[in-house]
Design a protein around this ligand. Structure first.
Ligand code: GLC
Length: 446
């Protein structure tokens, strides 16, 4: 048996690469160049302003794989025949109102937008499509999950995104389109047609989140035409880069990797190790890790798209709800240090992380060391400091090397992260090289 699919996944995991990056590696030389770098156009800045301010979104992976309960790649990793996999439709039964619960949790967590899988690699469509009967109106819930989701997100005041997998393990042309032109023609028409429905039938959509472009390249998918259609139907939408074009933003996966040159980016991540519901996966991240990741994204000018994988009845795994509720409690007072944050060049600390807004530096202490904390090499003068949550003033002393905050409580005032706001006389900058080179050494041996 051909072991290509396995090898591909191993590579993805081993190299920590996004599938699009790997897919690009197989493409002709010209397509390998990352078109990502480059300053945004005025139109991109206009369309993306809300998204840059938002910083935090909810990813939702929900499809037949939820009913299977063994990860969304099971159909390929377990080589499940289509006829057997299709039977999962009988077990895929989101209770009415489940999207409302997702949206409420997203809002409570401080998230500003949502992205739901309209069709994942398994090929099942979560909406009332006219182009295949393999959809949620005909099987499973026999309702339009996408319509419910869109209404739920809007009811909570959240922006609406659709994830759409180009790769398709169910459609008969999904693999042979790579080698058979007639199949490619049919499959590309089908794909563009599905995307057209999504862009036409649900009102204003804020994000189109393409995924895995195997087995075609941008020319094969007719990706330029695809994006043109999308923008003609949704002039304010933003699209990612996984249809083999640059789109509006890059999509580092399970890693936080800032892009250069003003290029927008969003790090997507799971709460455990699975996107789709996997019953036995208990490798949950703590709320503190999630908050630290969000802070890092905001610090480096990016967004954080954090996933939930609802259960077959649409319920949110209790651990996901617990973690996101804790994150939300922190966001109630910490959110203003994240939303609309500027990229921040203060990065060095062994127990804290930073975000910046104008002349304010937010020091987010995740490992509370005791009654004093220090920042090395801050290149601006600190005018005042306070605990962000309580407003209690903090004593600051400063010389050319060290900004020293003293008189703090022995134990962390806030959980899981305590934030100290420092008003500075300019945009915060840090230079630890300056400290290393210039801070006086002892006179041993002299
Ligand atoms: C990968 C996986 C997929 C998941 C996606 C999210 O592409 O194949 O299962 O939906 O990452 O970024």
């Amino acid at each position: 048996m051909d072991d290509f699919p396995l090898l591909r996944r191993e590579l993805l995991i081993g190299a920590g690469l996004a599938p699009v990056a790997l897919a690009a590696a197989a493409a002709p030389a010209a397509a390998q160049r990352d078109p990502a770098d480059g300053a945004p156009s005025p139109d991109q800045l206009r369309r993306m302003q809300w998204w840059h301010e938002a910083k935090f979104g909810m990813f939702i992976h929900f499809g037949l794989y939820a009913a299977h309960q063994r990860h969304e790649w099971a159909m390929e990793y377990e080589a499940i025949p289509v006829s057997e996999y299709q039977k999962l439709t009988a077990l895929y039964n989101p209770a009415p109102g489940s999207p409302r619960a997702w949206a409420r949790l997203a809002k409570a967590a401080g998230m500003k937008y949502m992205v739901l899988t309209s069709k994942h690699h398994e090929g099942f469509c979560n909406w009332d499509t006219r182009l295949t009967n393999y959809n949620a109106m005909q099987f499973g819930p026999k309702r339009d999950v996408i319509a419910e989701y869109v209404a739920a997100a809007r009811a909570e005041g959240l922006r609406v995104g659709f994830y759409y997998s180009l790769m398709d393990w169910h459609h008969p042309d999904g693999a042979r389109c790579a080698t058979d032109e007639a199949a490619r023609r049919r499959f590309v028409d089908y794909t563009h047609g599905l995307i057209r429905e999504l862009m036409t039938n649900y009102g204003k959509i804020d994000i189109l989140w393409y995924d895995v472009s195997l087995p075609l390249d941008a020319a094969g998918w007719e990706s330029e035409k695809m994006n043109q259609m999308v923008f003609a139907l949704q002039p304010d939408i933003i699209v990612n880069n996984r249809n083999r074009l640059a789109g509006d933003f890059s999509t580092p996966e399970q890693r936080i990797v800032a892009q250069t040159g003003g290029r927008a980016w969003e790090s997507c991540m799971t709460l455990n190790d699975s996107w789709g519901y996997q019953r036995a996966d208990d490798n949950w991240k703590g709320a503190r890790t999630v908050i630290r990741n969000l802070i890092t994204c905001a610090r480096d000018g990016g967004n954080y798209l954090l996933n939930i994988g609802p259960m077959p009845d649409g319920g949110i795994p209790p651990e996901s709800a617990r973690i996101l509720t804790e994150v939300g409690a922190w966001m109630k007072t910490g959110g203003d240090t994240i939303y609309g944050a500027d990229p921040c060049s203060v990065i060095r600390s062994a127990y804290s992380n930073f975000t910046c807004k104008g002349n304010t530096l937010f020091m987010h202490v995740h490992f509370w060391p005791g009654s004093d904390v220090s920042i090395s090499g801050l290149q601006v003068k600190v005018l005042s400091a306070k605990l962000h949550k309580s407003g209690a003033p903090v004593t600051v002393t400063q010389d050319a090397f060290r900004t020293h905050l003293t008189g703090l409580p022995e134990t962390a005032p806030d959980s899981p992260v305590t934030t100290i706001a420092l008003e500075c006389d300019g945009v915060p900058r840090q230079d630890t090289d300056f400290v290393r080179i210039n801070k006086p050494r002892a006179g041993v041996g002299i």
